[in-house]
Design a protein around this ligand. Sequence first.
Ligand SMILES: [Zn+2]
Length: 917
Amino acid sequence: MTTRPSAARRFLIPRALAATAAAGLMAAAPGAARAQAIPTPESALGFPVGADFRLATYGESVDYFHRLDAGSDRLRMIEVGRTSEGRTWWMAVISSPGNLADLDRLRDIGLRLAHPGGLTEEEARTLSRDGKAIVHIDGGLHASEVAGAQHTIQLAYDLLSGADEPKIAAILEEVVLLLWPSLNPDGQDIVVEWYRSNVGTPYEVAPLPRLYQKYIGHDNNRDAYMLDMIESRVIARTWRAWEPQIIYVHHQTAPFPTRIWLPPFAEPIATQAPPLMSRTVNMIGMAIAQGLEQNGQPGATHMGTGFDAWYPGYIDYLPMLQNAAAFWTETALYRYATPGFYTISDFPADRRDLRPGTLYPSPWEGGWWRLRDAVDYMVTASMSVLDYAAKYREDLLYNRYQSGRDVIRKYQRRPPYAYLVPREQRDPVAAVELLRRLAFNGLRVDRLTRAVDIEGIEHPAGTWVVRMDQEFAELARQVLDTQEYPDLREFPDGPPEQPYDAAGWTLPFQMDVRVIAATTPLSEETRTALEPVAGEPVDWRAEPAGDGAEVDASPFDVVPGAGFDTNPVAAGIVPPPGTTSGSGSALALDPAQNNAFAALNRALDAGAAVRYEARGGAGGRYVVSGVDGGARDRWVSDLALRAERVGGGDGPAVRRRIGLFRPWRASMDEGWTRWLLERYGFDFAGLRNAEIRAGGLRERYDVIVLPSESRDAIADGFAPGSVPPRYAGGLGEPGARALDAFVREGGTLVCLNRSSDYAIEALHLPVRDVTADLERAELFVSGSVLEVIVDATHPVMAGMPERAKVFADRSPVFTTGDGFEGGALAVYAAEGSPLLSGYLLGEEHLRDRAAALDVRHGDGHVILLGFRPQWRGQPFGTFRVLFNAVLYGDRLAATVSGDPDFWTASESEEGEETDGG
Ligand SMILES: [Zn+2]
């Protein structure tokens, strides 16, 4: 099944490893004294942790942890949930036997301090004295960064086998460690199995040709506030049940040639991060660095690189906004368990002098770097964090209280005092989706029991209210407010420094939910009108261990069976009930509601006919006919739809045959698209290189979607020789010809964001991406929310408002040339700046240019979307653009075109203007 590494390897075992191996052999030798029943990792795995070319799977790791559980009264395994692929997921609780016997009380103390409402200073002091530090450490969630999930095995062994050493005894006495063998069990197995299949072959270090999380791969660390993935929810739920004061997630890789990157973070940090927590993380980063020097492990740095902490979607940073000291580190990585050797000449020129610096006093001098080295650095780092927690236990507990208390006081004195969310929305379900996410992350949500006047506006009964005088309020503010990313330049007047991730994400904009900030304190009248609907701290402990399937499913989907009525968080936040008006045997669905598409897909499954109905300025809608009234009513009720009954007019059942390109160079955007289409019930197939290159696509598909990837990634794929041959290459010339024929024969090609550049070139479209020739200092937009003007009469934009908010991310901006046929779907305004949240440099390059086009090509259409309609499952306000686009085509709506006068700018006109000027 897997290739085992041969006994005669070409590398020597390093000294540290040999020593560990010898110790393991002694412990396992027959007749050895059983002074302690702590089995060595080697006795369970068959090799020492970190051995060259050897990695433990999640199953092997957890088996070992269970053996520790059986052999020690200092470790207890707790099942936390299930993963996307259905693996059982475990956390080990490690502490002294006394603490483990007293775990419920210690947990209660931590929870009480995390939610300081009603606590006096004195009570908080007493609780802090009586409690133990609760520290979360894990094996990482980026599974190709392999050392993390190996180090947890060694760390557990070192803590249990060293329990008599004073330093470790103090840790066990003062700290309750929540040690997750891995934060991504699926990914650990995926990566280890891939590596085992390649080790000893020419493809030993080949990149993984799939995502290491079912849908989103590396973006599993970008989902902390959206909680779209099961894993994110299991982690969040467990954290709410324990409220650790420190959360430490291991990553690789360090900026070369440094050996580990440690906090403090680079600029900018999240504007709302409580300063006491930022200071704590800074101290911990320094404590780790000191611990590494004590251990003779050089090369730690806190500098350089762009590890900023601006984006709150990191699962290892968002807890800062819940008053926990959350951070990550980046240990050096070569490739998997294969060792690498470096000489000074491999170093960047400015690092070759090995000059010590304030924050890099022990430069790494090169040589071998092995998995075992990374494991050793990580074990030291984790031990240093535990040592810090043991020494500062009382401060950590009290600071958790103080930070929460200070947030409450802050928003008693300054705006915003609350966020008001009306139930009346363009898509009322979107507001529910937003609020449930906040509640799941520990925010309390209230509701008005009667109408009240706030700042001169009457807010009806039922309006949701997120009060800001609560301990996790900074999280609400961080995701609901507008972001103004600072104008940081590489040098004065130089290009902007690249944000490490998104610059702006404002959820009310992305989700198209109306949210109103209260800028004056809530009156007594308003306060007495409030009743809690969610988040009065949910007692997760009431859930049976290992259960919670209703949470693991999808607590946010407003669909029956997904648990919105049973899930403790979601129970109170429900949309207005579905309504049907009018009369007739057909059902008209307004695509302004995302759930209209879920209903439409259910109707297709039931054999209904679906047609698109253009209504001029009112925008189009979908009409479902040929189903019985019972089913119709059920969809309206289940999906909380506002629907209208209209006259029949049966057409044929139109089931679009949808293909989604799935490159071997695994695409997170493909995964998000797949996830979203599945979530709304679309039927589609994954398309590999070979199928596209073989041609004849029109016989099998009506629509093909290209995820947002660069031209090179799509056309060329993995370089030959870098991966096993079956994964090498991209669409190439045959693929371009096949897609061209597909569209000419009447197919619809939907290009998400950057893939537009691929289609423009491969299909020779008379369209130009104006960003292609601009430098970063001239035009820069990386992950921000922009405003566009929409032709809502075009079927692809059905259900969109005339001024819409879109998420742009290194997005193409279009002009058209001679021979262009079709129309613009969305354009940037001719004046002003379209920036709504984030960062945009060079807005003049966007003015009056197209953000999305419908390009006629032969008998078919190419839809070029110069934004990311489904970015990380966040922009509920533009999901429908993707849904409409995959429904767009000959039989359903392609006979309807948009407003011919909507936009007429083109290259040639621009040329005339230039000549005239
Ligand atoms: Zn990582």
